[in-house]
Design a protein. Sequence first.
Length: 148
Amino acid sequence: MKIKLNLKNNYKIVPEGQRILTVKNAEFRPAGVPKELRVTFEDSEGGLINTRYDMTNDKSKWVMAIFISTALNLSSDEEEFETKDVGKLIGKKLLCEVVHRDGTKPNDNGEVPVFANINKIIKRIDDYTDTDLSPRNMIADDDFDDLD
């Protein structure tokens, strides 16, 4: 097995604000009886956000349910998600509110690291159709109408 070394430290932090993030990886751990969902989100500028949803914590399970239902367009509160279907999350694009938080302890250089976190999942972004691009909304924003 070969391991590719990355000594350049080309880490990119995801900028704050509303960002479109793509789910790059999602897996339940451990495989037999999962206790957490680990998700890697990628920003359009190349930065990554790693998120863990703890299935033993009610608040974390609620946030995980919001993520899964938004990503897969599930609408009912009674719908179920099979852990074996975790691959369906990969490739989904979500509009999220990203915030920065300072770490708790300094790194080797004495600097306190800054971490990007998803504060809110706003909506799913579809590649082909987006509700903001409906014909009615496109006409409403058109400055080139014939009525002036």
